[in-house]
Design a protein around this ligand. Structure first.
Ligand code: GRF
Length: 192
């Protein structure tokens, strides 16, 4: 596997677009002695992302890029390389990264997705699971490749859908599991 840890903590960047609750859980995880990662940067495509406030609270460098074209992505790549970032965790990041970007960090980009992949790639996962009367949904952490939500799965957690659930209540239940699943995925792929 491309990620090598040696005895040092892996320098990590978290990409967000919104609330950043997964970002917060990853920051907390990174502070544990046994955590294999250190979070050096928060990157967002959205200057209004609520999660950017964790930059100030936890004193982590933040940067906003629009990711609109190859030039903007090139700036992100340069920034990540300058900071020796060796792991990228997408956490509610709503932009699709180009093939070129992904090739620059082969095997080093993870994503969390709120469904039991390969079911429900893309958006509105909770609505789709409820509409299809599924008994379970859940969340998945996977490596990112050039196909949307299709990279190798690292781990998954099933969550029961009750007949009282709507997309909001289901999202809430799944998010609680996401906060445990992402650190567990990192522990699984990186051991010091
Ligand atoms: C999570 O459900 C994540 O799986 C999805 O977007 C949501 C982001 O939530 N991709 P947050 O910003 O981490 O609170």
């Amino acid at each position: 596997m491309a990620l090598s840890t040696g005895s040092k903590k892996v320098k990590t960047a978290i990409f967000i677009s919104g609330t950043g609750s997964n970002l917060k859980s990853l920051i907390k995880f990174s502070k544990h002695k046994k955590s294999p990662i250190i979070i050096n940067m928060i990157i967002s495509n959205n200057s209004k992302a609520k999660g950017l406030r964790y930059s100030k609270i936890y004193k982590i460098k933040k940067k906003v890029f629009d990711f609109k074209n190859a030039l903007s992505e090139k700036k992100v790549i340069n920034e990540l390389k300058k900071n020796n970032i060796d792991l990228i965790c997408l956490a509610g990041f709503m932009k699709i990264l180009s093939k070129n970007f992904i090739n620059n960090f082969k095997g080093k980009i993870l994503n969390i997705h709120p469904s039991l992949l390969p079911k429900y790639k893309g958006l509105n996962t909770h609505e789709r699971a409820i509409k299809n009367k599924d008994k379970y949904s859940g969340c998945t952490v996977h490596f990112v490749n050039s196909k949307l939500d299709s990279g190798k799965i690292i781990n998954q957690k099933k969550v029961k859908i009750s007949k009282f659930d709507n997309s909001k209540t289901l999202a809430k239940k799944i998010l609680i599991e996401e906060h445990k699943l992402y650190p567990a995925a990192i522990m699984k792929i990186l051991s010091l």
